[in-house]
Ligand binder design. Structure first.
Ligand SMILES: Nc1ncnc2c1ncn2[C@@H]1O[C@H](COP(=O)(O)OP(=O)(O)O)[C@@H](O)[C@H]1O
Ligand SMILES: [Mg+2]
Length: 308
């Protein structure tokens, strides 16, 4: 059978969005995919910075070359230089052999510094030198190793504050602040929520309208990561389609969502009663007390609204 030529991946394969801010961002990045300039990705935690870095690599001409991620906060300071630049045999007690650093491992691919603000100022200075000279030396060595990888950097820190405080070097910032994009928080992407929800719950499960209006109204401080976790949990705790009961959301949000969705008082009442019954694990006396009605009224309303 003749093999069909697969088309090259595009950024829009990784981010399906209707939100103008994110569309513009993808367009900006798309223009510099194959340029050698560094890309700085800003944005709150969970907005998709790592995903964008991976997408950039996968869509660039470097896609067949390595993608090397350096999770800056997780590397102990004393190991950092050797991790990044490598070391020669015998440089320190445990250096039994030459070790290639991550920059060297990235070769002509892409190196991604995740949460770069975690680097200490001396390391920032060393990285800046490597960027400027387009080369570096391994620890304890003299060989000049060329630095050919594409550089992508991310941060969720408030850069202006860390620059002012002096914990992030201005010279390094100027060097990496060439093409800078900011991932929008999920609360500014409400139109994208239904599509993300569908992706995370999978094809076989659906989310009902009431649950969907709750999900679209939630402010998602943890952004797409939080949405994904909440849905994965929802899929585990419920059978069949997902209802509002599957999500641990606040009554206040329920009211806000109801107002936006133009719910009737009856519909809101039904949702509220359901929530209180869930919170009390169907302890009718306790639920009636919370709702401020007697037990008999609660049982009537429960029957009327068909609450399990
Ligand atoms: N547009 C998207 N579509 C599907 N999943 C996404 C999208 N954006 C982010 N994610 C997922 O959300 C989670 C957090 O994304 P990540 O890139 O790690 O965020 P950050 O690096 O900004 O903290 C990951 O599981 C990622 O795959
Ligand atoms: Mg990240």
């Amino acid at each position: 059978m003749p093999s069909r030529k697969r088309r090259d991946p595009r950024l829009s394969d990784f981010f399906r969005t209707r939100v103008p801010a994110l569309r513009n961002l993808l367009q900006t990045v798309g223009k510099v995919l194959d340029h050698d300039v560094p890309i700085l990705i800003r944005g709150e935690s969970g907005t998709g910075k790592d995903r964008l870095a991976q997408a950039i690599h996968a869509c660039s001409v470097r896609r067949e070359k390595p993608f090397v991620e350096i999770d800056c906060p997780s590397i102990p300071v004393e190991l950092f230089e050797s991790e990044i630049f490598g070391h020669e045999k015998g440089t320190f007690t445990d250096a039994h052999a030459r070790k290639l650093g991550k920059l060297e491992a990235a070769g002509e691919g892409t190196v991604y510094f995740d949460e770069i603000s975690a680097l200490t100022p001396p390391l920032q200075a060393k990285l800046l030198r490597a960027l400027q000279e387009k080369s570096f030396t391994r620890l304890g060595g003299n060989d000049v190793v060329p630095f050919k990888a594409r550089v992508i950097v991310s941060t969720s820190a408030d850069i202006e504050t860390i620059l002012a405080a002096g914990t992030f070097r201005r010279d390094l910032f100027y060097r990496i602040n060439v093409v800078t994009v900011t991932m929008p928080p999920l609360r500014e992407r409400a139109e994208d929520i239904p599509a993300l929800v569908a992706e995370f719950v999978g094809r076989r499960r659906k989310v009902d309208d009431e649950a969907m209006s709750l999900l679209t109204a939630h402010p998602w401080p943890g952004n797409v990561r939080e949405l994904r976790n909440v849905l994965e949990r929802g899929v585990l705790v419920s059978e069949g389609n997902l209802t509002a009961d599957a999500f641990p959301l606040q009554a206040q949000e329920l009211v806000a969502a109801a107002a936006r969705g133009e719910w009737s008082l009856e519909r809101l009442e039904a949702a509220y009663i359901r929530e209180v019954l869930r919170a009390t694990r169907s302890n009718f006396s306790r639920a009636a007390e919370i709702l401020g009605i007697n037990r008999k009224t609660l049982l009537e309303k429960r029957r009327k609204y068909g609450i399990e």
